[in-house]
Design a protein around this ligand. Structure first.
Ligand SMILES: [Zn+2]
Length: 275
């Protein structure tokens, strides 16, 4: 397999709604980074609503620091936009901001939420990114920022929502060798994974003390199980032997509005897949 030369690295931008959403793709991100490619995480909101005791600017500052730590663990650049949490709308102004970010990163690959997610911020982030696909090459849109020469490949990150259509694992990446790094990047979001999220389901008292037990909790909660469809996709991409053994994976669905990659393109953009 040909690995893309390090002096011409791939450029990937992952756009999530909240500080801690991009980390769901943290395994694939870490593998790209280890191979010399450039990955940027963007949180479209500042996360200032996600806690039971703290809020506003004080919470946004905590979450900014947590995100920077997570970015350091994975080796990615991290930017947080100053939009309020739980108030994001798919406005023209926000669309232009997303177009600018994708262009400035000169992205080959753009990853975001599907627009049929449970959280309105996830849905509208998905819409904003989808709306930027194609427009990133149009010179008359955001004319002070040079357009991309080629429409990137746009992908949706994995989710479990079924309606109106379930997620389709078009591309799947085995992440066994970086699972601990991914879990550590989640653990950096302490205010979320050990405080706010357990509080939302009444599990705050069950969060264990001690780093090891907490890591085990996160590994069980934050890594989606390998469904029969994901296993099938792993075997398709890695072959029967390797594909059957992989324990942890991240999957992506191709968005039809970007450049549509064929198998050769996918293997070039995902050089960690060893077919
Ligand atoms: Zn989120």
């Amino acid at each position: 397999m040909l690995v893309v030369a390090q002096d011409d690295p791939l450029r990937i931008i992952i756009i999530g709604a909240h500080p801690d959403d991009c980390e769901g793709n943290g395994g694939t991100a870490a593998l790209w980074v280890e191979m010399g490619h450039k990955v940027k995480f963007v949180s479209v909101t500042n996360g200032d609503a996600g806690h039971q005791d703290i809020g506003g600017g004080a919470l946004a500052r905590i979450r900014h620091a947590e995100a920077m730590e997570a970015g350091k663990i994975l080796g990615v650049e991290y930017e947080i936009l100053d939009n309020h949490d739980a108030e994001l709308m798919p406005t023209l102004e926000n669309r232009k901001q997303i177009i600018r970010l994708i262009r400035e990163w000169n992205a080959d690959v753009v990853i975001s939420h599907r627009p049929n997610d449970y959280h309105p911020d996830h849905r509208y982030t998905g819409i904003l990114v989808q709306d930027a696909a194609y427009l990133v090459i149009v010179p008359n849109i955001v004319p002070d920022c040079p357009p991309l020469k080629k429409n990137p490949v746009f992908l949706y990150a994995q989710d479990h929502f079924q309606k109106p259509n379930p997620f389709s694992p078009d591309i799947v990446v085995g992440i066994d060798e970086v699972i601990d790094k991914k879990i550590e990047s989640f653990a950096a979001h302490e205010s979320q994974v050990f405080e706010w999220i357990p509080w939302t389901y009444g599990g705050l008292d069950d969060v264990p003390e001690g780093r090891e037990a907490r890591m085990e909790m996160l590994k069980a909660q934050y890594q989606p199980r390998i469904t029969p469809q994901i296993r099938e996709a792993l075997i398709r991409w890695y072959g029967q032997v390797a594909g059957s053994k992989i324990k942890y994976a991240e999957a992506f669905e191709i968005c039809e509005f970007g450049s549509y990659p064929d198998e050769e393109d996918i293997l070039r953009l995902f050089p960690m897949i060893k077919k």
